[in-house]
Write a protein that binds this ligand. Structure first.
Ligand code: P6P
Length: 338
């Protein structure tokens, strides 16, 4: 099958972006290409996970107290490896690691960025062949270059992100990333082994029909959230519905569907977990950056996700994210207007 040579690969796209900014150092383009390489390596293992002894638990438990799947560890090592051996990253924070990792070598100490990532989100779905994803967030370091990066580099509010993205290992494998110049999606083309621009300039529809939440926790949600969910179920053609409830249980899949088709994803706080389950630094913030750059919005139920000043690497936050007008309706419930 001939490949349409007019479709830019990820590498060609990032270099094209770089050429438009001659003053740019190329470090961000290089970092994004490194992430693309790691994603391709992880994709190979995800796609054959049922065939090799990479499935199932690795026997260890991560900082979240969750059984660590072998694929989590493999993915973590792939992303950490390309970032450590690249030219752009001074250090990382990972869902799989207790603390930040400062690379502290001569090249890394002079690198411009730090990266936070969840190497394989939704890994509980690996054994049942449901889409999973990698999520990443890129900040310009605030510490003095030439020295090791510091905790302050990683604990910046999400509104300081330079770039963010995710890889979704689904019916196809896609890498979606956002900078302040827009959101673009690349589908892995197996015939050439490259991520190719398939979704240029992604815009999140202002309206949608999908609402995504775990109904199993319904009676643990705060009253305004329960009233909004109830309203979603009562939508008719006359009131902008009917809505469809879709919940994959893999955040990247749920967020991606809503980014493309319109919709709202909610992981509210519960009576058991008032801060919810999702992590601010490497789940909520990167998804919030992507969705906001595409025209949507993201809050914790009270404030913009990206305005939260983090205290620690693994802190949790409630998350409401998606289409602009759906988020405005939810806000009317949460502020008591409805
Ligand atoms: P629950 C996967 O474990 C994850 O972190 C997200 O990808 C997903 O949205 C959420 O948890 C699902 O959580 O409690 O509904 O199973």
């Amino acid at each position: 099958m001939m490949v349409n040579r007019n479709i830019l690969t990820l590498d060609e796209f990032t270099l094209q972006q770089l050429r438009q900014f001659p003053s740019a150092t190329g470090e961000l383009s290089s970092l994004l290409r490194d992430i693309g390489l790691a994603a391709k390596r992880v994709n190979v293992e995800v796609n054959k996970a049922g065939l090799v002894d990479i499935l199932g638990d690795a026997g260890s438990v991560n900082v979240q107290g969750e059984d660590v799947k072998k694929l989590d560890i493999y993915a973590n090592n792939q992303f950490m490896g390309v970032l450590k051996h690249g030219i752009s990253c001074a250090g990382i924070g990972s869902e799989e690691l207790d603390d930040f990792v400062v690379f502290n070598d001569e090249v890394s100490n002079n690198s411009k960025y730090v990266v936070l990532f969840d190497p394989l989100d939704g890994s509980g779905n690996i054994d049942v062949n449901v889409s999973i994803g990698t999520i990443f967030s890129v900040y310009k370091r605030v510490s003095e270059k030439g020295k090791p990066c510091t905790k302050e580099d990683f604990l910046q509010p999400g509104n300081r992100q330079v770039a963010a993205g995710y890889v979704i290992y689904g019916s196809s494998t896609m890498l979606v990333y956002a900078t302040r110049r827009g959101v673009n999606g690349f589908t892995l083309d197996p015939s050439i082994g490259e991520f190719s621009l398939s979704h240029p300039d992604i815009q999140c529809p202002a309206e949608g029909k999908f609402y995504s939440v775990n109904h199993g926790n319904f009676f643990q949600y705060e009253e305004p959230v329960r009233r909004y969910i109830d309203a979603c179920q009562r939508k008719t053609k006359e009131t902008g519905g009917p809505y469809t409830q879709r919940y994959v249980g893999s955040m990247v899949a749920d967020v991606h569907r809503n980014l493309i088709k319109g919709g709202i994803f909610m992981y509210p706080g519960t009576t058991d977990k008032p801060k919810g389950k999702l992590r601010l630094l490497y789940e909520a913030n990167p998804c919030a950056f992507i969705v906001e750059m595409a025209g949507g919005s993201a809050t914790d139920g009270k404030q913009r996700i990206m305005d939260i000043v983090p205290d620690e690497l693994h802190q949790r936050t409630p998350l409401f994210i998606g289409s602009k007008l759906m988020m405005e309706e939810l806000d009317n419930y949460q502020t008591g207007k409805i």
